[in-house]
Design a binder for this molecule. Structure first.
Ligand SMILES: O=C(O)CCC(=O)C(=O)O
Ligand SMILES: [Fe+2]
Length: 343
């Protein structure tokens, strides 16, 4: 691009944001700057500020949960809801039949039904659960921000078609700073199904991890691994062991279990040979990791609250010049969380 230098101030300023793509930004992707330690410095500074924000939220969660996050990088709450509430929540979600988004990535179809200002009014039980302090405080602590998480009903159809394994099934870290993803599973997930898998302790970094990140960051922009180039560093099981971490843990869990994870740690969705359907209430949240304060959420302002995402999607669609590909997220019409794809 001839006038790319005009964007130089933008590329430079993005150092201080959540921007993570090495490929999309010549500053973040610079081999020289990353040899000098730009990527690793961003990781260390964002990590420190993240810990500072978590300390501000520490009083809202139990000592046991804080210890689990510190040790493992995730918190697991079995029997999160009392049985009657869980049943009512499950019934409410099962009965949904609304506009959904889908994408086929590799051999997996993922469906997302936004839980936002449009769908939530018809879901009093769900709303009560996702707005309860027990849920929100845990998510805020792990995500290190008191923000409205983006919420969905997520359905994962594994072995949906022939294809490469889904990209989520390769071990990776989502981004360089503390960040949140959470699943409240609505049915059991067995060992040999598409279980969420996490390398305990991998949200913490040691010298070997930082040296590895520095090395990878130098060539990530040019490398052929798309996930790494976009800032979600992919890693092999051999490298995980070399960095001194223990074995990955597959979270085989009963229904009504809440998992809240810092997905800057190393994780993946297990591959499975079976055709399985995994439904959960899925949440994620990401903010500028360099902010020292935990609040100030623009998305909770009146008028925007619960509407931001559809607004962004509408804008994306309006400005997109390419026809959508099957691997791109798009609205596919009305769907129910457990309903077969392509109905
Ligand atoms: O769905 C899963 O089990 C994990 C997928 C993943 O890596 C992610 O959502 O970041
Ligand atoms: Fe991930």
């Amino acid at each position: 691009m001839r006038y790319r230098w005009l964007l130089a101030p933008f590329y430079l300023l993005s150092i201080f944001t959540a921007a993570k793509s090495f490929r999309g930004n010549p500053v973040l992707g610079s081999r020289t700057l990353n040899r000098w330690g730009l990527h690793v410095l961003r990781k260390r500074v964002a990590g420190r500020i993240g810990q500072w924000r978590r300390r501000q939220l520490a009083a809202t969660v139990s000592a046991e949960d804080r210890a689990a996050l510190e040790r493992d990088g995730f918190i697991v709450k079995e029997n999160f809801l009392d049985p009657a509430t869980f049943q009512a929540l499950r019934d409410e979600i099962t009965a949904l039949d609304v506009d959904a988004r889908e994408a086929v990535i590799g051999d997996t179809l993922t469906r997302l039904i936004p839980l936002d200002a449009k769908t939530m009014p018809g879901l009093p039980v769900t709303r009560g659960v996702v707005e309860s302090p027990a849920y929100r405080d845990l998510l805020a602590y792990v995500g290190s921000f008191r923000r409205r998480p983006r919420l969905y009903v997520q359905t994962v159809f594994s072995q949906f078609c022939e294809g490469e394994p889904d990209i989520q099934s390769f071990f990776h870290s989502d981004t360089f700073h503390p960040t949140l993803k959470s699943w409240l599973f609505l049915q059991d997930v067995a060992q040999d199904e598409s279980a969420f898998t996490y390398v305990p302790g991998s949200h913490r970094y040691n010298r070997r991890r930082l040296a590895w990140e520095r090395r990878v960051s130098m060539t990530a922009a040019q490398g052929h691994d798309r996930l790494t180039a976009e800032g979600s560093l992919r890693i092999s099981e051999r490298e995980i062991r070399r960095l001194g971490y223990g074995p990955p843990l597959r979270l085989a869990l009963p229904a009504n279990t809440l998992v809240v994870a810092d997905t800057s740690g190393i994780h993946a969705r297990s591959t499975t040979l079976k055709q399985t359907v995994r439904v959960s209430i899925w949440a994620y949240s990401r903010s500028n990791p360099f902010l020292p304060w935990v609040g100030g959420d623009l998305e909770s302002l009146p008028g925007i609250k619960g509407r931001a995402l559809r607004l962004i999607w509408a804008l994306q669609k309006a400005f997109s010049r390419k026809p959508p590909s099957p691997s791109a997220w798009q609205f596919v019409g009305k769907r129910s969380p457990w309903g077969a794809p392509g109905r």
